[in-house]
Design a binder for this molecule. Structure first.
Ligand code: Z5A
Length: 216
């Protein structure tokens, strides 16, 4: 089973994924967690490029199409080397972002054609689809506020302060959020919309209730 966590920056998906991982392990489930971009040696290198953590050398900027293919390259590697083998072994995989992120960020956010993004997503994911997705939704100001205060409080590594996404305009993140909400409206069974502006334990409880209801 592949369960993904999605949402705008600072929505709290990483926190919730870690809590669900603990919950499922306590229940004795064979579960593992990965993140996108990253999760493999190649993917982590490309992640550093994408999030501009290589300290310069990017004067020309990454074009929107190049960015798309870099995310897809990470995904193709993660799927073939980690996710597909784990699913074949019957493990539960929790993934911090997956193909919906590309539709939201490169499609709705950057404005690349949605049909192209969806089609390339399919090739990179090699036919693997999420069984369940938690979309942790919150207003952009709430998410960015959390992300920025975490960086400001020194919680992040220095190079993380270079995260170029955090310099994007509010409008970009609004488009991303809108994209996610449209996707959730189209696929309500798979994409569970979770109000991420509440307290962390309340959100965790709702996610556990959904999962426990499905798995028994
Ligand atoms: N990206 C893309 O463009 N295309 C793609 O195909 C893919 C990704 C796969 C890196 O993602 C970037 O990659 C991302 C999209 C792009 N850029 N942006 N934006 P990432 O997942 O590694 O990084 P992120 O999106 O920036 O996530 P994040 O900053 O790590 O935030 P988060 O995972 O949503 O939240 P968190 O780490 O759980 O929480 C953030 C802080 O808020 C932290 O201090 C928590 O303690 C706090 N928190 C969490 N929940 C709460 C609640 N409920 N209340 C109060 N405080 C909270």
């Amino acid at each position: 089973m592949l369960i993904t966590f999605e949402g705008i920056e600072g929505c709290g998906k990483t926190t919730q994924l870690a809590m669900l991982l603990g919950h499922l392990r306590k229940k004795g489930m064979d579960v593992m967690a990965v993140r996108e971009p990253g999760g493999t040696a190649l993917g982590e290198k490309v992640r550093a490029i994408l999030l501009n953590r290589h300290g310069g050398g990017e004067k020309e900027g990454i074009s929107h199409w190049s960015e798309l293919f870099l995310y897809e390259a990470c995904r193709a590697q993660l799927v073939s080397r980690v996710i597909a083998p784990a699913l074949e072994d019957g493990r539960i995989v929790l993934c911090d972002r997956f193909t919906d992120s590309t539709v939201a960020y490169q499609g709705y956010g950057r404005g690349l054609p949605l049909d192209a993004v969806t089609s390339i997503n399919g090739w990179a994911a090699q036919g693997i689809r999420q069984d369940l997705t938690f979309l942790i939704d919150c207003p952009v100001e709430v998410g960015l506020g959390r992300a920025w205060s975490r960086i400001g409080s020194g919680g992040a590594a220095p190079e993380e302060r270079e995260d170029r996404f955090e310099r994007e305009e509010i409008e970009f993140h609004e488009r991303v959020r809108r994209g996610y909400l449209e996707m959730a409206a189209k696929e309500p069974e798979r994409i569970r919309l979770i109000d991420g502006s509440r307290e962390i334990p309340d959100i965790h409880r709702e996610i556990c209730d959904i999962i426990d209801g499905m798995m028994g």
